[in-house]
Every structure is written in structure tokens, then in C-alpha cells.
Design a binder for this molecule. Structure first.
Ligand SMILES: C[S@@+](CC[C@H](N)C(=O)[O-])C[C@H]1O[C@@H](n2cnc3c(N)ncnc32)[C@H](O)[C@@H]1O
Length: 320
């Protein structure tokens, strides 16, 4: 086996595959939607996020800073290849204020919008067998914006090539106020295999431009890993079934580097059923212009410093 995959992913074939899966957790999780996997997986992601952003903790805990910020700043996240909105509802919305969800497949994106609207209306029954709760939509303290499109076409800062489906929950004073604002967290889970190496690097470059420059903004990649080749060389395998690529740890790292991204933290997701690929979370920041920024995560900061940064962008600039 060599590193070069025998084929590149075909966008239409990938969409066709997902179009024939049920629009529920089982469908997006390859039949693992009704067991322990979704709960363990999203718990792992939330704990991982809290380790990066202790100030997002909603309950008293060792993570939560003692001093609350005086001015609440909204935290924005992007969830790409979002399926029926599982990561948005179970991982991101419990912690952040606003999520933009991108998904190309019609049945999935409509199901995500239906679930979000049902939650906003106070009903968690959507007709699907599982009931998802989307925190903060009922009452309008949080929002979800649902977009339809592929990662190949999507530019997070200029989303005009995607189709707007709905915005549910909190509405800014002027509807277009947060387009172009950028993101604190860009979450990419179990979908980047649908991009060729070239398209993936280009997507990462567009993501970097969409990270909020004066905040501790990061990209999270949570994906399956195949093993590296025995001589510690990267490996990428093409999967005919859904026209996607599975990459080894080193294959991911080569691409992060090509895109100018620095690994801030990496962690294997524990507790998943046996027989599945290893799943790893990588946190990525800008490696050149924002090097000191990512160093903060690696060296650790006092909680008070976190609060000051969220409250006071000038202090943040001074620290850079
Ligand atoms: C394994 S599911 C994961 C869904 C979701 N991230 C989750 O963890 O629940 C893969 C998702 O990638 C989406 N996808 C396929 N091709 C894509 C593309 N070209 N651009 C963006 N997403 C794509 C599929 O429609 C599907 O929703």
C-alpha cells in the first residue's frame, strides 16, 4: 500500500450515498445511533471543548472561572458536514450561543431544520424515533442558522454560494448582522473524508480567514484514523461505498501543515465500541500570524486571564 489513494472522492457519489441513508442518528452514524456511541462521543467533545474554553462551563466546576465576565460576548461556532444536526444540538449548543450548520444532503438538512424548529417551539418530538433537545432555542437566547451546501463550495466568511434554509432562535437586531463576523470555533466532524487533499487544504485556508482575529479562535477536526504505514509513512485509503477517504494520523498532519495550521492539542476519543476506526480530535490554530495565540492553549493560562481576554480585546492585543 502507498499513501496515494487509488481514487479521489466524487462529490455527487458521496451525496448520493448519504441521500439513501435514514435522516436520523443511526443514518449519520452508520448504524451506531441508538447505542452508547452518540452520548459517549458528544460527552467526549464537550469535555474537550471545556478544556480549551473553561469559561463556557455552565455549571459550577473546577473548570469554571470564579469571576464572571461583566459583558457577555456571544460565542459563535460553525458545524460543517452536519448531518441531522447531532453535533450542533448535543455538543455545541450546550456551550456556545450561535451555531451555523452546513449540510449538503436535502433530507438531512431539512431534518436538522425540523428538529431545531421543534425545539424552539418547545416540542422535542419530530416524528423521528429519537428526540433531540436544542438548548437555548426555546426562549431565543441562542440561535441556529441552517445552510445547505458542500464543503467544496463553502466559504465560511462569504457563504453566498450556499442555500439559506432558516435561522431559528435568537435574531440579531439586523438580520445580516453576523454574516462576515467570523467564528470562535469551526467544528469539522466525520465529513472531511469527502474532500480530496487539495480541496481539504483549500477549505482549511478559507477557514483560517474566518477565525475571529481577536479571540482564541480554533478549528476542531474530529475524524476516523486508519493506521500509518509500518515505516511511519502516512496512508490514505479510498472507500468506494461512500466515495470518501480515510486518513492516517500522519496523513492528517501533513495536510494541516500544508494549510499553515498548527496543532494546539490532540486527543483520542475513548469509550467507543470495539471494531471501529480510532477517532481523534485535533485542535488547530494559525501557525504563523497567531503563533502566540496558540501557545496560550499549550502552556495554559490563569482563568482570570481568559476572562480578561473575553472582556477586553485591548488587553488581548497587549498580551500578543
Ligand atoms: C458520517 S456523517 C456525519 C454527520 C455529522 N457530522 C455527525 O457527526 O453527526 C457525514 C456527513 O457528511 C456529509 N457530506 C457528504 N459529502 C459532503 C460534502 N461534499 N460537503 C459537506 N458535507 C458532506 C454527509 O451528507 C453527512 O451528513
Amino acid at each position: 500500500m502507498t499513501n496515494a489513494p487509488e481514487k479521489a472522492p466524487d462529490v455527487e457519489e458521496g451525496i448520493e450515498y448519504w441521500n439513501n441513508q435514514p435522516a436520523n442518528y443511526d443514518g449519520v452514524l452508520g448504524g451506531f445511533g441508538t447505542g452508547s456511541l452518540p452520548r459517549i462521543e458528544s460527552l467526549g467533545s464537550r469535555l474537550f471543548l471545556l478544556g480549551l474554553y473553561p469559561e463556557l462551563s455552565t455549571v459550577p466546576s473546577a473548570y469554571k472561572p470564579l469571576r464572571e465576565p461583566e459583558h457577555f460576548l456571544r460565542v459563535r461556532a460553525l458545524d460543517v458536514g452536519a448531518g441531522v444536526g447531532r453535533v450542533t444540538s448535543d455538543t455545541l449548543l450546550p456551550l456556545v450561543s450561535d451555531v451555523v450548520l452546513l449540510e449538503p444532503v436535502e433530507i438531512f438538512v431539512q431534518e436538522a431544520a425540523t428538529r431545531a424548529r421543534a425545539s424552539a417551539a418547545g416540542s422535542t418530538s419530530t416524528g423521528a424515533e429519537e428526540r433531540s433537545h436544542w438548548p437555548g432555542l426555546q426562549g431565543g437566547s441562542k440561535s441556529v442558522t441552517v445552510l445547505q451546501g458542500t464543503l467544496q463550495e463553502f466559504d465560511p466568511l462569504n457563504p453566498h454560494r450556499t442555500h439559506f434554509i432558516d435561522r431559528i432562535g435568537y435574531q440579531p437586531a439586523r438580520p445580516a448582522d453576523d454574516i462576515g463576523l467570523g467564528y470562535d470555533i469551526i467544528w469539522c466532524q466525520w465529513c472531511l473524508g469527502h474532500l480530496s487533499d487539495e480541496d481539504l487544504v483549500a477549505f482549511f485556508v478559507r477557514c483560517q480567514a474566518a477565525l475571529k482575529p481577536q479571540r482564541r479562535s480554533l478549528i476542531v477536526v474530529k475524524e476516523n484514523l486508519c493506521s500509518d504505514l509500518p515505516d511511519s509513512k502516512p496512508l490514505t485509503i479510498f472507500d468506494d461505498q461512500d466515495s470518501s477517504l480515510t486518513r492516517s494520523d500522519l496523513a492528517w498532519k501533513v495536510l494541516f501543515k500544508q494549510a499553515g495550521l498548527k496543532i494546539v492539542r490532540e486527543k483520542v476519543q475513548e469509550g467507543l465500541p470495539e471494531g471501529l476506526y480510532t477517532v481523534k480530535m485535533y485542535v488547530l490554530g494559525l501557525s504563523l500570524t497567531n503563533g502566540k495565540f496558540t501557545d496560550w492553549f499549550m502552556t495554559g493560562m490563569r482563568c482570570d486571564d481568559y476572562i480578561c481576554l473575553f472582556e477586553n480585546p485591548r488587553k488581548q492585543m497587549e498580551m500578543q
